[in-house]
Structures are given as C-alpha cells and as structure tokens.
Write a protein of this length. Structure first.
Length: 190
C-alpha cells in the first residue's frame, strides 16, 4: 500500500461510532454483530483500528487490530464487542454501564520500522515493541494523556510487552504508527 489513506470525514466517523455502540449492545444481548447495509466506500478498506471504552474518562476496555485483516467497518464492530467483553484487564461491561460509556476509535496507519528514535513524534505516533513472541502496543494518545516523554513512552511500551524497560536499547524491534482518533465525547447526542 503506497501512501497514507485519507482521513475519515465526520460522517464516516459518526457511522463507525454508531456501529461500535450497536456492536457492544449486540454482544451484551448475545446477538450477532450488526453489519452496515450500505457503508461508505472508505469504510470497506482493510485497515487496523482500536476501540477504547471509557467510563468517567477511565479506561474500561480497549481491543484492536494493528494488521488489517478485514474492512475497517468489520474491524471496528469486532473490536468494539471485544473491548466490552474480552479485555482481560477488566470485567465485562454490564448493560447498566452503557449510558455512561464513551466510545473512542483509533484508525491506524500501517506501522513503520523505527531506525532512529528521532522518527517518533509524541502525540503523533503510537509504538509497537517486539522481541521474540512478546509484543506491546500503546496508542499515540496514551503518551499525551500520561504526560510521558519519549524515553518513558518507550519504557512503558516495553513493559506492556512484558519486557524489561530497556529492551529497546538491547535490540527489541520498535515500530511507530499514526492514528486518526475520534470519540463520542462532545458529539451531539452522546
């Protein structure tokens, strides 16, 4: 794939946010995940994405796919349902939590290998650190939310992979990616 994909327009973002919320409800009601009847063409492109669920600004679930394996719409539906019920860090979402839940979607560009740390821009890039079978990923917004500098961001991504904090200095592979991030917060009707 050459070049970055175009950013999603507001209408496409709204369609994905609605699909994510409907997918969460469907999963909680043990129904099949919804499908879009006539999705915008941009949502049919295979692209990685993460869906983060927050309750009172506190993370309540986050699941995603870095490597594109399905259309963006299908990826968002699957990840939203999984974030609600399969994130091992949290108990499954309960139906009573739905009204206070905010959905955030991060649409990922393909990661690129980092040859020099100067290629990483805090707030623009998320990180993937890999060594052997261990892999950790942090989204671009995490470094900003936590107030981390580059060194801390790298260390925390190593720890997320279950590696020592200095694994990058010892040869662990680092990849970076950008993401278009949008959420229900601040939108009409949310």
């Amino acid at each position: 794939m050459s070049g970055a994909l175009p950013n999603l327009i507001e209408e496409e973002q709204s369609v994905l946010l609605d699909l994510a919320r409907r997918s969460i409800v469907a999963r909680l009601e043990l129904r099949p995940l919804p499908r879009l009847a006539d999705p915008p063409r941009r949502l049919l492109v295979e692209q990685g994405a993460f869906v983060s669920l927050r309750r009172r600004r506190t993370l309540r679930g986050c699941v995603g796919m870095v490597t594109p394996a399905a259309s963006l719409a299908e990826t968002v539906a699957r990840c939203a349902a999984a974030a609600a019920t399969e994130d091992p860090r949290f108990p499954p979402i309960r139906p009573a939590e739905l009204p206070g839940l905010t959905v955030e979607i991060s649409v990922l560009e393909i990661p690129f290998r980092v040859d020099h740390l100067s290629q990483i821009v805090i707030g623009t890039h998320g990180l993937v650190v890999t060594e052997g079978a261990r892999r950790g990923l942090l989204l671009p917004q995490v470094a900003i939310e936590q107030g981390w500098d580059l060194k801390t961001f790298l260390q925390e991504t190593c720890l997320k992979a279950g590696l020592p904090p200095d694994a990058v200095a010892k040869g662990a592979r680092v990849e970076a990616f950008s993401a278009q991030v949008f959420s229900e917060e601040g939108r009409a009707g949310s």
